[in-house]
Ligand binder design. Structure first.
Ligand SMILES: [Fe+2]
Length: 497
C-alpha cells in the first residue's frame, strides 16, 4: 500500500538492447509528487488525473530485451484546480518485489518466457512476471494497471500499488489490457487469450466489479488478440492470423508467426450470449492491434481501427540486433462493416497515414462516433512508438485535421478528456504526453479537441524525462461511474465448458 520509499532503477547497459536506446531508456527513480509549471491556460473543467503506463525495467534485463518486457511504470499528472502535481511510480508487482529482494532481474523476456526462473528464487511470484505495463483503467472505483497475460494490478490515485485484483477470486486467468467499459451500464467487458484451449475467454463484470458472465470461445489456433470492441448489443472479436507457435520453446523457432493462410474473421457475440451464439464473418487477412470503437445500426455493425496487412512485432525472430524489436511501425486507418442479415463483412480504408493507439470520446463507447483521434508517424525515419503528429478524423464531415510536433517532437497516445457538461462529441480536450529530444523536456500537451491545428492551448511541464510508453487514460474527478439506478443486471451464467 502507501509507501514513501523512493525506488531506484539500475539499468545502465542500454547499448546492449535496441529497445532501451534513446527515448526508450528507463527512468531510474520515482517522484512522489512535484508541482508542475504550466505554459498557457488550462481549461477550468480539466479536473482529475491523467495517467500513463509503460515499460521501465528496474534491473539489467536477462537476455534479449523487448519493449513489451519492461516493468510497468505509471506517470500521473493530477489537476486539482489549484495545482498540477506530477508523480511516477513503478507498479510493485509480486515478480518485481521478488527481483527487488534479490537485487537483480531473474525473469527472462517474453521471447524466452518459458525459461522460467528457479522457483526457490521467486517464491509465490510465479513462473511468469506480471509486467503490469500496458494500460491503466478505472472500473468500479478501482484503478487497474493492466498487462494482457496476467491479472490486473490495483493502484491508488497516488500510484501506490495495492496488489493484484482478481474480482474477488472470480478471475483466475489473465485479462486483456484493453477492456471496454460501457458508460451507460457501467459494465466492463473483457477477454483473455490463452496459449492452450480454450484459446479465448470472454467476461462481463458489472458496475460494482462483480464478475457475472464468462464464456469460453473456440478458435482454430492460439492467437495474439490485443483488443476488441463492443456495441450496445454485442462484443466483437477479431480472429487474426498472428499465431503462437508453442513448439518454438523446444525448437527455437519463432514464437509468433504471421499466417495469412489462416484467414481473418470477425466474431459477433451478444453481450451476455453463450458460446453457441457467436457468429463469425470472414474478411481479407489482416490484423488490428487497436480499435477506435464500434456500434450497431439495425443489422449492421461498424468498427474502425488501424489495419495491418501483415505484422512483425519482433517476437517472431530469434533476434539479431537488426531484427530485435518491433518491426511493424503502424497500421492504416480503416473501417470494417458487418452485415448480420446478409452474413457478410468487408473493409475499406479511411486514410493512408500510418498510425496507432486510436481513441475516441469514451463516453460514446459502443455508440456511433465520428471523431477519431490518433497519433501518427509521418517522418520518413519513423520507428515504432515514435509518433510525431496528432490527427483527428471527423468521419461525419470527412475532414482530417493534424498538428505536427516538430522534428524533435515525440508524441504519445491521444487521450480525450470530455468537458464536464458538454454535449458535442468533441467538446473536450485531447491530452498527449510528449517529449522533445531537442530540449530534453517532457510535457503534457492540452489541445482543444475542436481545433487540433491550433496546437496545444496549454502545456504542463513535467519536471522529469518521460520515456516512450504505452497507453494512457483520463480519470475525471467526481466521475466514479456508480451503478446507474435501474440498470439491467445480466443473469449469472455458469462457465460454458
Ligand atoms: Fe495496446
Amino acid at each position: 500500500m502507501k509507501s514513501s520509499e523512493v525506488l531506484r532503477g539500475q539499468v545502465t547497459n542500454a547499448a546492449d538492447h535496441p529497445d532501451l536506446r534513446g527515448d526508450m531508456f528507463p527512468v531510474d527513480h520515482e517522484t512522489l509528487g512535484t508541482d508542475c509549471e504550466v505554459d498557457g491556460e488550462l481549461p477550468a473543467g480539466l479536473r482529475g488525473h491523467f495517467m500513463r503506463n509503460g515499460p521501465n525495467p528496474m534491473f539489467e534485463p536477462v537476455g534479449k530485451y523487448h519493449t513489451f518486457d519492461g516493468d510497468g511504470m505509471l506517470h500521473g499528472i493530477e489537476f486539482t484546480g489549484d495545482r498540477v502535481v506530477y508523480r511516477n511510480r513503478w507498479v510493485r508487482t509480486r515478480g518485481l518485489e521478488a527481483e527487488m529482494k534479490l537485487g537483480r532481474a531473474v525473469y527472462p523476456g517474453l521471447s524466452d518466457v518459458m525459461n522460467f526462473p528457479d522457483p526457490a528464487l521467486v517464491g509465490d511470484a510465479g513462473p511468469v512476471k506480471n509486467r503490469a505495463n500496458t494500460h491503466i483503467v478505472r472500473h468500479a472505483g478501482r484503478l487497474l494497471a493492466l498487462w494482457e497475460q496476467g491479472l490486473p494490478t490495483e493502484v491508488t490515485p497516488e500510484l501506490d500499488t495495492v496488489g493484484e485484483w482478481s474480482f474477488g477470486g472470480q478471475l483466475q486467468g489473465a485479462m486483456t489490457a484493453h477492456p471496454r467499459i460501457d458508460p451507460r451500464t457501467g459494465e466492463m467487458l473483457f477477454f483473455s487469450y490463452n496459449l492452450f484451449p480454450p484459446y479465448l475467454t470472454y467476461y462481463v463484470a458489472d458496475a460494482t466489479g462483480a464478475l457475472l458472465h464468462r464464456v469460453d470461445l473456440d478458435l482454430p489456433a492460439p492467437i495474439m488478440m490485443h483488443d476488441f470492441v463492443i456495441t450496445e448489443e454485442h462484443a466483437v472479436f477479431m480472429d487474426s492470423p498472428v499465431v503462437f507457435n508453442i513448439e518454438a520453446v523446444a525448437t527455437g523457432e519463432p514464437m509468433m508467426t504471421w499466417r495469412p493462410e489462416n484467414g481473418t474473421r470477425l466474431g459477433v457475440l451478444p453481450r451476455h450470449g453463450a458460446a453457441a451464439d457467436i457468429r463469425w464473418f470472414e474478411v481479407e487477412p489482416s490484423h488490428v492491434q487497436h480499435f477506435w470503437n464500434a456500434w450497431s445500426d439495425g443489422n449492421r455493425i461498424e468498427l474502425a481501427g488501424c489495419r495491418y496487412s501483415t505484422v512483425n512485432f519482433g517476437l517472431e525472430t530469434e533476434g539479431t540486433e537488426e531484427d530485435s524489436g518491433v518491426q511493424t511501425i503502424g497500421g492504416k486507418p480503416a473501417r470494417y462493416r458487418i452485415d448480420l442479415e446478409q452474413g457478410t463483412a468487408d473493409w475499406e480504408p479511411i486514410d493512408d497515414l500510418l498510425g496507432e493507439f486510436g481513441r475516441v470520446n469514451d463516453d460514446r463507447t459502443g455508440r456511433r462516433t465520428n471523431c477519431l483521434y490518433m497519433p501518427a508517424f509521418t517522418r520518413p525515419d519513423a520507428v515504432a512508438g515514435d509518433f510525431d503528429t496528432v490527427v483527428k478524423y471527423d468521419t461525419g464531415s470527412g475532414s482530417r485535421s493534424t498538428w505536427y510536433a516538430g522534428d524533435t517532437g515525440h508524441l504519445g497516445e491521444c487521450v480525450f478528456a470530455p468537458n464536464p457538461g458538454g454535449t458535442d462529441e468533441d467538446d473536450g480536450w485531447v491530452l498527449n504526453l510528449a517529449h522533445d529530444s531537442g530540449t530534453g523536456r517532457s510535457a503534457l500537451l492540452v489541445f482543444d479537441a475542436r481545433d487540433i491545428e491550433r496546437g496545444p492551448i496549454a502545456q504542463v511541464r513535467i519536471p522529469e524525462r518521460v520515456p516512450v510508453g504505452f497507453h494512457a487514460n483520463w480519470f475525471a474527478t467526481g466521475d466514479g461511474r456508480p451503478t446507474p439506478s435501474g440498470a439491467r443486471r445480466p443473469s449469472l451464467r455458469r462457465p460454458d465448458r
